[in-house]
Design a binder for this molecule. Structure first.
Ligand code: PLP
Length: 374
């Protein structure tokens, strides 16, 4: 703890109490001690990195009830490598053609228009073209059927409640794609909890499921998990570092591989219902305290920011009645010591998300809200 604060002090960087989410721009998540210890241990020896990736993958596959697994340097890199795998398979001659010479290859990835988001850069950088289906608020099965053809490399599906509006259910997508022999890639980067999603998507028939290592799993920030079919994971490996391929700039270190394995082990040993109970208590405390402040209302929000089945507090500021406007409250929280980051809720509210709060940190937020608004 001391050392960590010391380093940031020296640099003039203020540590943040993160009540926003497992955001990359705030550092993702905090690793449990056993994950840090595993990384430190891994850092002390040279190893054969290909062998380590294989052994770690085998162990994670067993733990997550999947055929095969690969540690990527983040879920976004996982998307790139999974896409590449669906285009090239394990053929070195095809792997060498990415990202420019895709003529004659399967060079299209089908995606719901309503699910388009910034992470599709990771898919497009392989050279594939995205083929959109549906409208922003509705998609028909025939639209998926019609989009699948000899050039389709994969269907990309973003899991979670926040991506489901207007989209076909995952089960329908899997059923249609399967019938046509097209792999389905599920991006479940932020869909933990529940940890059962590590096997739910692939058991439902998805060919690949991708998770961020630095979000709910609390592994190393630059780590991700690609899970699924053995032949596709083999192709992911061949497209990845240390091979000279599209994934070479997406290097994964021995520390991240071992750290992510430790994080998966750590999470699977947790009592998830108890964890969510703790979130409920933190949220209830924030709501109770906020309701005592003038011009402030508060309620429980569900599900979370990324659509995970867990609560967050929604605190609304009534302009003119409360001591500060919403925006000045957010600015004051950020300017204080310690610095507090929250998420914005509409025009007049903030979300306080317990997932990234240590037990007790909700009290620091409550004290600061009282200080600013009472
Ligand atoms: C966070 C996120 C990613 C990227 O994950 P990284 O591990 O930060 O690369 C990709 N897709 C979705 C839907 C995400 O929420």
């Amino acid at each position: 703890m001391e050392a960590r604060v010391g380093i940031y002090d020296t640099l003039g960087v203020k540590p943040v109490i993160n009540a926003a989410a497992t955001l990359t721009r705030l550092g993702g998540s905090i690793m449990p001690e056993q994950v840090v210890a595993a990384m430190v241990e891994a850092s002390r020896s040279f190893v054969d990195i290909v062998e380590l990736q294989e052994r770690v993958g085998k162990r994670i596959a067993e733990l997550t009830r999947n055929e095969a697994a690969y540690v990527s340097c983040g879920a976004a890199a996982g998307l790139t490598l999974a896409t590449a795998a669906c285009v090239t398979g394990t053929d070195p001659a095809l792997i060498a053609r990415l990202p420019r010479e895709l003529a004659g290859l399967r060079d299209e990835v089908v995606v719901h228009r309503c699910q388009r988001n910034g992470y599709d850069f990771a898919v497009r950088q392989t050279g594939v073209r995205l083929v959109e289906i549906g409208y922003p608020n509705a998609t028909q099965e025939w639209e998926l059927e019609a989009a699948l053809g000899p050039r389709t490399a994969a269907v990309l599906y973003f899991a979670g409640a926040n991506f489901s509006r207007g989209a076909l259910p995952l089960s329908t997508v899997i059923e249609i794609a399967r019938r046509r022999g097209v792999p389905v890639i599920v991006d479940g980067a932020a869909q933990i909890p529940p940890v059962s999603n590590l096997w739910a998507y692939t058991q439902a028939g998805a060919d690949i499921a991708i998770f961020s290592g630095g979000k709910g799993l609390r592994g190393p920030q630059p780590s991700g998990l690609v899970l699924g079919r053995q032949d596709l994971i083999d192709a992911v490996r061949m497209n990845g570092s240390p091979n000279s391929a599209i994934g070479r700039p997406m290097k994964v270190g021995k520390e991240e591989m071992v750290g992510l394995l430790a994080a998966v082990e750590w999470y699977l040993s947790q009592d998830e219902p108890a964890l969510i109970e703790r979130y409920e208590r933190q949220v209830a405390d924030v709501i109770a305290a906020a309701r005592r402040l003038p011009g402030v209302t508060a309620e429980r929000g569900f599900p979370s920011e990324a659509g995970q089945p867990m609560p967050r507090a929604v605190v609304r500021i009534c302009e003119g009645e409360a001591k500060l406007t919403r925006d000045s409250l957010v600015a004051q929280l950020r300017a204080g010591s310690p610095r507090i980051e929250v998420a914005l809720a509409g025009q007049d509210g903030i979300f306080v998300n317990p997932q990234t709060l240590d037990p007790g940190q909700e009290q620091i937020i409550i004290d600061r809200l009282v200080e600013l608004l009472a």
